[in-house]
Design a protein around this ligand. Structure first.
Ligand SMILES: Cc1cc2nc3c(=O)[nH]c(=O)nc-3n(C[C@H](O)[C@H](O)[C@H](O)COP(=O)(O)O)c2cc1C
Length: 187
């Protein structure tokens, strides 16, 4: 199955890409039979949400070709790892805008979080859990939170063994959730 590592920061000098590339390398080394791919918000062409039809009513059909392209990309994945910063105790606005454009594409699929920030990005994770639950995604018990003090000495992302353990705890649960879903669909 296919899992997206969704990078949600578009900021110049962002950490998101470094964290996402490290995560991708770790995930691919698992050799767990699943495919992992980066989806970088910076490489997507997504406008502010202005569509008249509510995403929850659209059933995956959109007037805006940019939303259609975004929908097709996201619909192609079975699960997601959100690499999320924390902005003012919540989720980054551009990432939320991209998320909000769609609905059915996310629904009933598992999502895990790799968060980072001063205190590890727990505020963003808390809000993402509410947001994704509203859309009907499957949340996991584990999440990875990288606090600046511990994981960014001298402003360099340094996950170490503890960081890798946190990532794999989330990936283990994500893969379990995917495999359970596949069994339910086949039954
Ligand atoms: C508008 C804004 C608000 C922020 N608010 C928080 C915050 O509430 N808590 C926190 O830990 N970090 C906060 N930060 C710091 C970010 O977590 C930090 O800049 C992080 O590196 C952003 O991710 P990026 O480097 O991938 O863009 C904020 C940053 C910005 C730009």
């Amino acid at each position: 199955m296919k899992i997206a590592v969704f990078l949600g920061s578009v900021r110049q000098g962002r950490y998101a890409r470094t964290i996402g590339e490290w995560a991708l390398e770790q995930l691919e080394a698992r050799n767990d039979g699943h495919t992992y791919e980066i989806v970088d918000l910076l490489e997507q062409d997504i406008d502010p949400l202005t569509a008249e039809v509510l995403p929850g009513m659209a059933q995956g059909v959109y007037e805006d070709p940019k939303t259609t392209a975004w929908s097709q990309l996201i619909a192609g994945f079975d699960g997601y790892l959100f690499v999320t910063a924390e902005h003012n105790a919540s989720v980054p606005a551009m990432m939320k805008n991209a998320y909000d454009q769609l609905h059915i594409e996310w629904k009933n699929k598992p999502v895990g979080y790799l968060a980072y920030g001063g205190g590890g990005g727990g505020g963003a994770v808390k809000h993402w859990r509410d947001i994704t639950e509203r859309v009907g995604m499957i949340n996991l018990a584990a999440d990875a939170q990288f606090a600046f003090g511990e994981f960014f000495p001298d402003y360099v992302f340094t996950p170490g063994e503890r960081g890798a353990d946190m990532l794999h705890a989330v990936a283990d649960e994500l893969v379990d959730a995917l495999e359970r879903t596949a069994v339910a669909v086949d039954a």
